[in-house]
Design a protein around this ligand. Structure first.
Ligand SMILES: Nc1nc2c(ncn2[C@@H]2O[C@H](COP(=O)(O)OP(=O)(O)OP(=O)(O)O)[C@@H](O)[C@H]2O)c(=O)[nH]1
Ligand SMILES: [Mg+2]
Length: 238
């Protein structure tokens, strides 16, 4: 069983040392790929140092900040080239608890994509300001309504894909980069008939480092759900 946890980073030096330890120490079969966008805080240099001590750590260094979506696409391509079977998406900021990884691996036996969901058992979000929580919650209601996709947390970023899902999706044709990226991947997997399962997670707001959320990312998601719906109606989704 080859497992890869992809962690995109931009200035996560405050979080990454402990996160890498927690992810890698729990399961010998887990590899980690950090996709860093030339973080000014030296995140990549730290990873390079750790790579010398542990061959389960991998790094893709990109020249500048290019967004979460393209970072994951680069990570997915690495996963496919290197024969990984189970591929995780995970944030670096401890919003996603490494202890949950075994649960995902257990559930993926009966599904193709596992989504860690903040909204299937009430609202499992800790320390978010009410404004941010409402935005996320309504964004998910809106997404479900427009796309018809039976997913309660379509914007979440703690997920595990089976390799065949990533093989089936045209990664060169993924258009979105922020939260919309998560929606687009889920929607395409769902439309291709893959089995998606949501499992409850508790999401904790970042304690350290800075948020990279922006209005642009929200706007992108608002229009993307319509594009996905229209394309799928006309059979143009690939
Ligand atoms: N490589 C790369 N990683 C990014 C980029 N933007 C965000 N990230 C990483 O993606 C993950 C999620 O980003 P966050 O800033 O936590 O975004 P968020 O979870 O929506 O917002 P907060 O938790 O409030 O900060 C983190 O590990 C970030 O370091 C980017 O442009 N490039
Ligand atoms: Mg975060």
């Amino acid at each position: 069983m080859k497992i890869l946890v992809i962690i995109p980073t931009y200035n996560e030096l405050d979080n990454l040392p402990r996160l890498l330890h927690e992810v890698l120490s729990r399961n010998d079969e887990v590899n980690v790929l950090v996709v860093d966008d030339n973080s000014p805080d030296g995140t990549a240099a730290y990873v390079e140092k750790e790579m010398q001590l542990n061959n389960r750590i991998h790094l893709i260094k990109r020249a500048s900040k290019q967004g979460l979506g393209t970072a994951y696409i680069a990570g997915f391509k690495f996963a496919l080239q290197n024969n990984f079977e189970f591929i995780f998406e995970m944030d670096a900021d401890f919003s996603h608890d490494p202890k949950e990884i075994p649960k995902f691996l257990n559930e993926i036996n009966n599904a193709d994509l596992i989504i860690g969901s903040r909204y299937i058992t009430g609202v499992n979000v800790i320390n978010w300001p009410m404004r941010r929580l409402l935005l996320s919650w309504f964004a998910n209601l809106y997404t479900r309504f427009i796309t018809g996709m039976p997913v309660h947390d379509a914007t979440g970023g703690f997920k595990c894909f089976r390799r065949k899902v990533l093989e089936a999706i045209d990664l060169g044709n993924i258009k979105s980069n922020g939260y919309a990226f998560q929606i687009e991947m889920n929607f395409k997997a769902w439309k291709k008939g893959f089995k998606i399962k949501e499992i409850p997670i508790i999401f904790v707001d970042r304690m350290k480092g800075k948020s990279k959320m922006s209005r642009k990312i929200v706007r992108e998601a608002v229009t993307m759900v319509w594009k996905l719906r229209v394309k799928s109606i006309f059979g143009l989704l690939n």
